[in-house]
Design a protein around this ligand. Structure first.
Ligand code: ADP
Ligand code: ZN
Length: 728
């Protein structure tokens, strides 16, 4: 057969969780190139993959044994830069190449030819006289670009009836298009903000970097409300002045960025292309196609947007770069912020890391000159930074079952009387974190995890926040069977809201937590009602720290500033500081001055001292010094190995085998195995190793070598987490 059809050996990477590529034969007539998307046979099925190499030199499989590539997809090839990036991520995270490719191909029906659709464009012949609403539609038309009815409605802000009416009259004419609807190009000529001197200096610096056409990382640090977004909008505009340039903006939680999207639209006349895992399959497909064809110009997304097939990446922005949500904690465990830097290096373009509370990693890179460092020290306009103080709960004792101390209550009351908004912050969902039997002491726990069940008032049930298990709150204790003996212990946001409502029965309350905000629409509705001052008090979890701008919000009360200060996590203090600084940053963002009060049992804690004195430098220096002394990141390297499986003995046996062949020399320390803090999760027993190494050690090579000595292990999963951020 191979004589009839001249063919070439190719290596195909498949999105499967095993190491490498597979060899196939491809008919020369296919003219395969590296990066082409192809369909190949596997035993019993067909699968789509990517041509990784042509005529590889290292193949040993005899040619008679090779199967043939079935077909090539009608798509531009996977960009070489993305191929390089996939290899880099796989190697850095010690993950199978196929698992990383899978992230890049998580798009439904990407290889099918899109169905033909009917769109509408403006007719060439329009009457001179037209109604006001119809004129509005004509005005928003973009040359003769055909658009879906829905898009017309959206950009002209008219009802569907208007558009349908115009179609009937022939003012809009149908046109069959194949493929997805194009995205509207951002318009860089619209009115822009007049930048302050400090903002302008920052923007100019970044633009100079952009023009040099090389990689450069820039830390854009600025106090909350200083206009970092305005500054990097200028950089986006600069990038867009090149015809085919693409810009990637990573944000911590895309579903929480409604206000950001509005501002983008105001500045560039259209929304950017959005990318995250909760989009509908159709929307994902449209965004992916637009990206690979180079039509998507500005893409804003969650960390997974790093794996989009960008053709001409010219600028990367990571907003709120300190955010932990950039770290993926399952599957391929990677840090989106760090990988974004790699993507920028490989694309030879600048990257902007923006934050009011930069991570220590980034700050140190800025301090030692690896990154450029821009600083915005003033809030925009008349707004001043809020005044912060701590409330010592050892002095202002809480009455049992209450969480708002007297001085905080007095402040809330005063603020309410003045007609200003207040926010109470507690990073705990639900009503109470623990339910306990008063009579026998039984604690309500999840049957699948070693975790307490959290009471949620909304559905009157107890929920596990790790696996989703839930039950109705029982009326008798499951252990001693006593009636009405189960009591809620500790506060969640719902309980604080209940207390507030009791204190201020007339006041209007909003609870901002992921239980209340179940869709971008619900979030938007809540934001609008806060902006319109239909709310007096907000009680929120960490969701409220996400960059919101509420002009009438002047008082922030932190219910439990000590929460999250301790624990095994070396970043606990840093993270608490970031969260509290961010939540404090919601206060007093417009003309009314803001105040922040931290309820605490440890007012002397360095984190609180740093917040109140505003001397964060000293705090961060201490943090840095203590990490350096212990060889912790960013000075040393760290990795976790997490072993899990349904059979506890099995897991322990594998742990022991691993422990015997653990890396052993002076520059690396292996701690464990120990039962994980969450020792039982979703029906699996969990054990952990922690590796600490000096910075010159390749921790990846150590792990590869280590695991290569392991015999096959069934029923036990080993997860590798390079530079872990979570330790449960
Ligand atoms: P940050 O991202 O640093 O917290 P933002 O970019 O959100 O700050 O800016 C805070 C507020 O100030 C926003 O409402 C923004 O529109 C406004 N703002 C910032 N800079 C300017 C400017 N130069 N002109 C007009 N408004 C500005
Ligand atoms: Zn559970």
């Amino acid at each position: 057969m191979s004589e009839l059809f001249p063919s070439t050996r190719v290596q195909i990477l498949l999105p499967l969780p095993f190491g490498g590529v597979l060899d196939y034969l491809a008919d020369d007539e296919m003219h395969l190139r590296v990066g082409d998307f192809v369909t190949v046979p596997l035993p019993g099925r067909e699968l789509q993959g990517v041509v990784w190499e042509i005529s590889p030199e290292n193949s040993t499989v005899p040619i008679e044994k090779l199967k043939r590539v079935i077909r090539k997809a009608d798509l531009p090839p996977l960009p070489a830069q993305l191929q390089e990036f996939i290899e880099w991520v796989a190697s850095y995270t010690v993950s199978p190449l196929g698992s990383v490719l899978k992230m890049a191909l998580s798009v439904p029906r990407k290889f099918d030819k899109p169905k033909k659709k009917i769109f509408y464009r403006l007719s060439n012949q329009l009457p001179d006289k037209m109604t006001e609403v119809r004129k509005k539609v004509v005005d928003v038309a973009i040359a003769d670009m055909p658009m879906a009815v829905k898009t017309w409605c959206e950009i002209a802000a008219v009802g569907e009836g208007v558009i349908r009416g115009m179609i009937k009259l022939g003012l809009l004419t149908p046109q069959e298009v194949s493929g997805e609807e194009a995205f509207i190009k951002p318009d860089t000529t619209l009115k822009r903000a007049t930048l302050s001197a400090e903002q302008k200096h920052a923007a100019d610096h970044i633009i100079l970097q952009q023009r040099s056409g090389t990689y450069k990382a820039v830390l854009l640090e600025g106090v909350t409300g200083s206009g970092k977004t305005e500054v990097y909008f200028e950089a986006i505009a600069e990038a867009l002045s090149e015809e085919t340039a693409q810009v990637l903006v990573l944000v911590p939680e895309i579903s929480l960025t409604a206000q950001w999207l509005d501002r983008f639209k105001e500045r560039f006349g259209t929304e950017p292309v959005i990318w995250h895992s909760e989009m509908t399959p159709a929307a994902r497909r449209r965004a992916w196609w637009a990206t690979i064809r180079g039509e998507a110009r500005v893409i804003v997304g969650a960390r997974s947007a790093l794996f989009l097939p960008l053709q001409n990446l010219k600028l990367v922005i990571v907003d709120e770069e300190h955010s932990q949500t950039f770290k993926q904690d399952e599957g391929v465990m990677y840090n989106g912020r760090d990988m974004a830097v790699v993507r920028a290096v490989q694309s030879h373009c600048p990257i902007i890391l923006a934050s009011a509370t930069p991570s220590l990693e980034t700050l140190i890179n800025a301090q030692n000159g690896k990154y450029d460092w821009l600083y915005l020290g003033e809030r925009h306009g008349p707004a001043e930074l809020p005044e912060m103080s701590s409330l010592d709960l050892r002095i202002h004792k809480l009455k049992s079952g209450t969480w708002i101390s007297d001085p905080l209550r007095a402040e809330l009351s005063e603020n309410y009387t003045r007609g200003e908004q207040s926010l109470l912050y507690l990073n705990r969902r639900g009503y109470a974190p623990l339910t306990l039997c008063r009579s026998c002491g039984h604690r309500m726990e999840c049957p699948h995890c070693s975790a307490w069940l959290v009471e949620h008032n909304k559905f009157n049930r107890l929920e596990c926040h790790h696996c989703g298990f839930h039950i109705r709150k029982p009326e008798v204790c499951p252990s001693c069977e006593k009636e009405d003996s189960l009591v809620a212990c500790g506060p969640g946001v719902e309980r604080v809201a209940e207390e507030l409502q009791m204190l201020f029965p007339e006041a209007r309350l909003a609870v901002m937590s992921s239980d209340e905000i179940t869709s971008p629409k619900a979030l938007k509705a809540m934001i609008v009602s806060i902006e319109n001052h239909e709310v007096d008090f907000i009680v929120g979890t960490q969701i409220v720290t996400k960059g919101y701008h509420f002009p009438m919000l002047t008082l922030v009360g932190v219910i439990d500033a000590d929460l999250g200060m301790s624990g095994a996590d070396p970043r606990a203090a840093e993270r608490t500081w970031q969260q509290l600084e961010q939540v404090a940053g919601r206060a007093g963002r417009a003309e009314h001055p803001g105040r922040v009060m931290f309820q605490t049992y440890q007012p002397g804690h360095p984190v609180l001292q740093a917040l109140i004195s505003g001397d964060r430098d000293q705090f961060l220096e201490q943090e840095a010094a203590s990490r350096e002394a212990q060889d912790l990141p960013p000075y040393g390297k760290m990795a976790s190995l997490i072993l899990s499986g349904p059979d506890k003995n099995n897991v322990i046996i594998i742990c022991k085998t691993l422990a015997k062949c653990a890396p052993h020399h002076k520059d690396i320390t292996v701690l464990g195995p120990v039962a994980a803090p969450l020792s039982y999760l979703r029906g699996n027993y969990r054990y952990r190793f922690l590796l600490k190494a000096k910075s010159h050690v390749s921790i990846q090579n150590e792990i590869r070598h280590w695991l290569n000595q392991m015999p096959r292990h069934r029923g036990v999963k080993i997860q590798i987490d390079i530079d872990p951020y979570s330790f449960y």
